[in-house]
Design a protein around this ligand. Structure first.
Ligand code: TA6
Length: 316
């Protein structure tokens, strides 16, 4: 289902390599683009037309390779450790536009949105023997905020529950990673992916970046701030139903090792990913899991390296 009101619009068109994509436009000038391949958001622009997400200049828009950047959907598995494709298969599948999505509370009429649907194919059932309906709503708000709402329902007819892990693997565009701070994860425990997921506790100050970081923060706050000093811009993630948060920057060595990532591109991106990883989600047949992340970009109250989290994060 998608909606076009007088001032906003939803356009379905062809993108790179002829892949079908949807463009959401807000009257204030902001926009979002997403491919049906992976239900993959690849662009989120503010009123001034500035791109807020990072997509690698070497991204391969050709199934089955996931698009490097934007917001990959990691389902039904977060990580490349299990028996499925890395980060599951949802991002490597063609989704459909869902024209008869059930009512999606909150029903906000002033927002432009599109509903997408993924169901497993026979092939998928061979590698992950569970039936599900995954409905994703991508919404662009009047202030240019981007919201992704996921509804995953167990539609097994054999009475079997299933268990999964999940992440919105968001790549934010930043001016210079060495001048980025992430606020809101201080003092939280994390699993360090560069050290066999050993558990540590984060120090008491904001996260800054001087080398590769690949950490799964556990039981984190619903709001996380990412400050881009040069742009005086703060990204705010508001998440609901997603207890964990992954912070990743590959730094130089890993950047060089990725064919679909420019050697220097690590300087201009950071992944902060609302996730459910530590405690996998289990659904019985008929049960539905609903989660949401809302992204906004606000002017930073950035002063001598100290963000007043109460000031930025409290903003309603
Ligand atoms: O979210 C961080 C991470 O799990 C890293 O370990 C790295 O593998 C990254 O995801 C990218 O994964 P991908 O499968 O998209 O190359």
């Amino acid at each position: 289902m998608s909606t076009t009101t007088d001032n906003n619009s939803v356009e379905i068109t062809k993108g790179i390599n002829g892949l079908e994509k949807v463009i959401l436009r807000e009257i204030n000038g902001s926009s979002v683009e997403l491919y049906l391949y992976g239900a993959h958001v690849t662009s989120w622009k503010n009123e001034q037309g500035e791109e807020l997400l990072f997509v690698s200049s070497k991204a391969i828009f050709k199934p089955p390779k996931p698009i490097r950047g934007g917001i990959p959907i990691c389902f039904p598995q977060f990580s490349n450790l299990g028996n499925l494709e890395a980060h599951g298969f949802a991002r490597n599948r063609i989704w459909t536009i869902d024209n008869d999505a059930p009512p999606f509370p909150p029903n906000v009429t002033d927002r432009v949105f599109v509903d997408l649907l993924l169901k497993p194919t026979e092939e998928d059932l061979k590698i992950w023997p569970h039936s599900f309906d995954y409905r994703l709503r991508v919404t662009l708000g009047p202030a240019g905020d981007l919201m992704l709402t996921s509804r995953i329902r167990n539609t097994n007819t054999d009475g079997k529950p299933f268990t999964f892990t999940f992440a919105y693997h968001t790549y934010f565009s930043v001016s210079d990673i060495s001048e980025v701070r992430v606020e809101g994860l201080e003092t939280h425990d994390y699993l360090d992916n560069t050290k066999n997921r050993e558990r540590y506790t984060e120090q008491g100050d904001a996260i800054t970046f001087e080398s590769e970081i690949d950490k799964i923060y556990l039981s984190t706050p619903s709001k996380i701030a990412i400050l881009d000093h040069e742009k005086k811009r703060t990204f705010v993630i508001r998440k609901d139903g997603l207890p964990d948060a992954v912070v990743w920057n590959p730094w130089d060595k890993k950047a060089k090792a990725m064919a679909d990532f420019g050697d220097d591109e690590y300087k201009h991106m950071v992944c902060v990913e609302a996730a459910a990883i530590e405690k996998p989600i289990s659904l019985k047949p008929g049960e539905e899991w609903r989660v949401r992340q809302e992204l906004s970009a606000v002017p930073s109250s950035y002063f001598s390296g100290q963000l007043d989290p109460n000031k930025v994060l409290a903003r309603s």
